[in-house]
Ligand binder design. Structure first.
Ligand code: UDX
Length: 453
């Protein structure tokens, strides 16, 4: 009898993340989710903030020469220049790599089935187009923020920008429930921001959009975005839960001592404070935060990232004797294992800059938030947390110890805090059902895999 040898055909996707913590994390999670569904995944990454491949043995890695000198950081040359340079410098190596890879895979009876690129890595789309490989963009941020960015050029043309102080509390036409002060930018750098949005909102030949979103949370915005972008949407969020990835994606070392400290605290008593991977504060804001936290009476776990307090290396500018005086009630680390922290029963609330990853991580654990956004998507997310989902309290922009103390007391106080915690738990449970078989996120992930197969 003749036996037929069927060669296993390897289907490969190449993923191109933007090299910032908040962008790399969801891309790695997506890569892991796709690998778990049977695809081979290669991450083509810049040398800047290069990942450690040994942490992700299930993924393949391809470094791309970004030609950035050690001085050419986003802080030194500005975000816009950094982003343009990376896109210009990585293109030719990406093309070479793909040509080679396609050949190798063909010899092994495999197939590069597509490229998924962060919207900030638009060069990847040009390469995909040249080589006739299907490409798809991933928006790692809040979808409603993308809707807001689509409106910015209209608002500029209608004369709203730069914003007048008198308008900040007013509703933005056609962007309910956003107020002018929730917009991604309000004054400085208008031309540059509009140029950036023109690039990132352009779909080019992308066959669809992957969103780290959950349908029901953004049911006001996703249909409007779908009207604008007439391509398939894959709402596969929350990626950190969908992917079941055990390794950490942190670029900084996580200090796990805080978990032992959390174990000693009572349930729902701790306020966890972290402003993400990019935001910074000045010495006065540090002092107001320190006193606000101390005076609130709650235990607190505070991430102070090295370099995040302007003019200091780490915590040198804290008020004298602060750590001794707050004693066991205060635990400060340089970088925390945030997902574990938020899942800990002692944590009763999260004071956050409202980056999208942090927000998703918090709501998936049913933790209410204190919102102190800085820029871009964070203000839009803060508005949704406080006004739409009603699981967050907004802090005033100018940090003031009395205001901080009072907001923390409200969050941990009986009625208001409990109600927010109740709503947060409901949202957490709804998200869980979206992720289970037949739920919107689970279906979207399956559709995405099918699309590429
Ligand atoms: C940036 C932008 O600021 C944000 O607006 C956008 O939504 C994504 O990119 P970032 O400042 O990095 O975000 O914040 P966020 O998106 O919240 O991501 C931070 C990540 O770092 C989270 O996954 C969080 O778990 C992790 N983190 C943060 C830690 O692991 N430990 C910490 O101590 C702090």
């Amino acid at each position: 009898m003749e036996t037929k040898v069927v060669k296993q055909v390897q289907k490969r996707l190449v993923l191109v993340p933007f090299p910032f913590q908040g962008h790399m994390t969801p891309m790695f999670q997506l890569g892991t989710a796709l690998q778990q569904k049977g695809l081979s995944v290669t991450i083509a990454h810049t040398r800047y903030n290069a990942p450690d491949p040994s942490l992700y043995p299930h993924l393949h890695f391809q470094p791309l020469t970004d030609n950035l000198t050690s001085n050419e950081t986003p802080t030194n040359i500005g975000f816009f220049n950094f982003f343009k340079k990376i896109n210009k410098n990585c293109e030719s190596e990406m093309r070479e790599f793909l040509v080679q890879k396609i050949q190798q895979e063909q010899e092994a009876c495999g197939h590069v089935v597509g490229i998924i690129y962060d919207t900030l890595m638009y060069f990847a789309e040009a390469v995909a187009d040249d080589l006739k490989i299907p490409s798809m963009v991933i928006r790692t941020s809040f979808a409603t923020y993308v809707l807001a960015t689509l409106s910015m050029s209209r608002l500029h043309a209608e004369g709203y920008l730069p914003l007048q102080d008198s308008m900040l509390e007013e509703q933005v036409p056609e962007l309910y429930p956003l107020r002018f002060k929730d917009l991604p930018f309000t004054g400085e750098g208008i031309e540059e921001s509009l140029a950036l949005y023109a690039i990132t909102c352009n779909l080019r030949s992308s066959s669809g959009i992957i969103w780290n979103a959950i349908d029901f949370l953004e049911n006001l915005s996703l249909p409007k975005l779908q009207q604008h972008y007439k391509v398939p949407f894959f709402t596969v969020g929350p990626l950190h839960k969908i992917s079941l990835m055990s390794s950490s994606t942190s670029l900084l070392e996580e200090d796990k001592t805080c978990m032992t400290w959390l174990d000693k605290q009572a349930t729902n008593t701790v306020i966890y404070v972290s402003l993400g991977s990019l935001a910074s504060i000045n010495a006065e804001e540090l002092a107001e935060t320190a006193w606000g936290l101390a005076n609130s009476g709650q235990p607190f776990l505070w991430v102070i990232r090295p370099g995040s307090v302007i003019g200091s290396e780490w915590i040198e500018l804290l008020p004298e004797g602060y750590i001794e005086n707050t004693g066991e009630r205060c635990h400060i680390v340089k970088w925390a294992p945030q997902k574990l922290v938020l899942a800990h029963s002692a944590v009763g609330g999260f004071w956050s800059h409202c980056g999208w990853n942090s927000t998703l991580e918090s709501i998936c654990e049913g933790k209410p938030m204190i919102c102190r956004p800085f820029y871009v998507d964070q203000k839009v997310i803060s508005r949704y947390l406080s006004y739409v989902w009603k699981i967050g309290l907004e802090l005033e922009w100018r940090l003031d110890r009395k205001n901080i103390e009072s907001v923390i007391r409200r969050l941990f106080g009986d009625k208001e805090g409990d109600e927010m915690r109740g709503r947060a738990t409901e949202i957490k449970e709804k998200i869980e059902s979206c992720m289970s078989a037949g739920g919107s996120s689970s279906d979207s992930l399956n559709n995405l895999v099918e699309f590429f197969l």
